[in-house]
Design a protein around this ligand. Structure first.
Ligand code: UDP
Length: 324
């Protein structure tokens, strides 16, 4: 029995791990739009079926609840494996340090094994966290990073660094067609309101007219990319012939204080900024150098901050009003 019954097929079949998560669900939507059949796998540790419930009536979509740190068995052919499963916010790493390490290590090994068995193209979601607290700015792919392996964020950073090494080993040793995307801060609908990341945190606080909790003095910077831009970059990378890591992110950089002020202005809330201690190993600066993505993928972000943040605010407003 194959996952999809129409095996005289015209459609590509893609597996998306973390398919019920923020990025995985948007990627699944986009792959379906591009005419793929999609098998989303998620153990729902931090993902939620709410993010994919609109796909349950789609004959080209399947959802499998499974923890990819265990062996993955799927019958039939597969063309692409996208490994996007992982807790992805600093408070999630604190709550789930060992699952974070396991999904980046064992989950990567299992998904690479699946891709190898099926002769599929493999794409791993890596992260700007491989650069740690960077000593060069903006960050280019040939920078090796400044990571504390034993700090609280180390479980994510090192798992992703291992995952990159593993993908390259499968590429070099098994000749697997692998791709590595280094994802910078991404935002948009379907982020979890409670996941502790700055975008949902500030929007949630502003909607409740509560103070916006700026960590440290708010001078640390981030560069926020809207999710549809990121997904477009990933799709282009998946069909490219590049195997080395490629940064996908929006180079428009701002300090967290500026971000808080922008949210207050935009949302016309009575909230004020409230300063809290800076978490351990919180990177001081972060901005992608996207020359490589421009050159290899002819990709650059299209959605400006104002448009993207308005759509995200609308999502969270509706989400809170729905009482979920
Ligand atoms: N941050 C903040 N207040 C919050 C949540 C986060 O000031 O309520 C800061 C955090 O310290 C970091 C930045 O916002 O400097 C981005 O944090 P996030 O957790 O979104 O992602 P990171 O880029 O650190 O992985």
């Amino acid at each position: 029995m194959d996952v999809f019954s129409n095996q005289r097929r015209a459609k590509k079949i893609s597996v998306v791990t973390g398919g019920a998560g923020f990025l995985g669900s948007h990627l699944s939507d986009r792959l379906l739009e591009a005419g793929h059949q999609v098998i989303a796998i998620d153990n729902l540790l931090t993902g939620n079926v709410r993010n994919i419930e609109h796909l349950f009536g789609n004959a080209d979509f399947r959802f499998i609840e499974h923890d990819v740190t265990n062996f993955i068995y799927l019958p039939g052919e597969i063309d692409y494996v996208f490994h996007f499963a992982s807790p992805a916010s600093p408070i999630d790493y604190l709550e789930f340090p060992i699952p974070t390490l396991k999904v980046g290590a064992l989950g990567t090994h299992n998904t690479l094994g699946l891709a190898k068995a099926k002769g599929a193209t493999y794409l791993i979601a890596s992260t700007s966290e491989v650069y740690g607290d960077p000593l060069i700015h903006p960050q280019k792919e040939d920078y090796w990073g400044n990571v504390n392996p034993i700090g609280p964020r180390g479980v994510y950073d090192e798992a992703k660094r291992f995952a990159e090494a593993m993908a390259m080993a499968y590429h070099r040793y098994h000749r697997l067609d692998t791709k590595i995307v280094r994802i910078f801060n991404t935002y948009g609908p379907r982020m979890r309101l409670e996941d502790g990341r700055v975008v949902p945190a500030f929007i949630g606080q502003a909607l409740a007219n509560e103070p916006l909790t700026v960590f440290g003095d708010g001078s640390q910077t981030r560069s926020f990319c809207y999710v549809s831009d990121l997904v477009e970059g990933i799709l282009r990378l998946s069909t490219s012939d590049t195997h080395n890591p490629v940064n996908i992110g929006n180079p428009t950089e701002m300090s967290i204080r500026e971000f808080g002020e922008a949210i207050i202005k935009k949302m016309k809330t009575s909230s004020k900024l409230e300063f809290k201690p800076l978490p351990i190993d919180d990177p001081r600066i972060r901005q992608p150098d996207i020359s490589l993505a421009r050159e290899l993928l002819d990709w650059e972000p299209k959605v400006d901050f104002d448009t993207g943040i308005s759509q995200t605010i609308d999502y969270f407003r509706a989400f809170i009003e729905s009482g979920q």
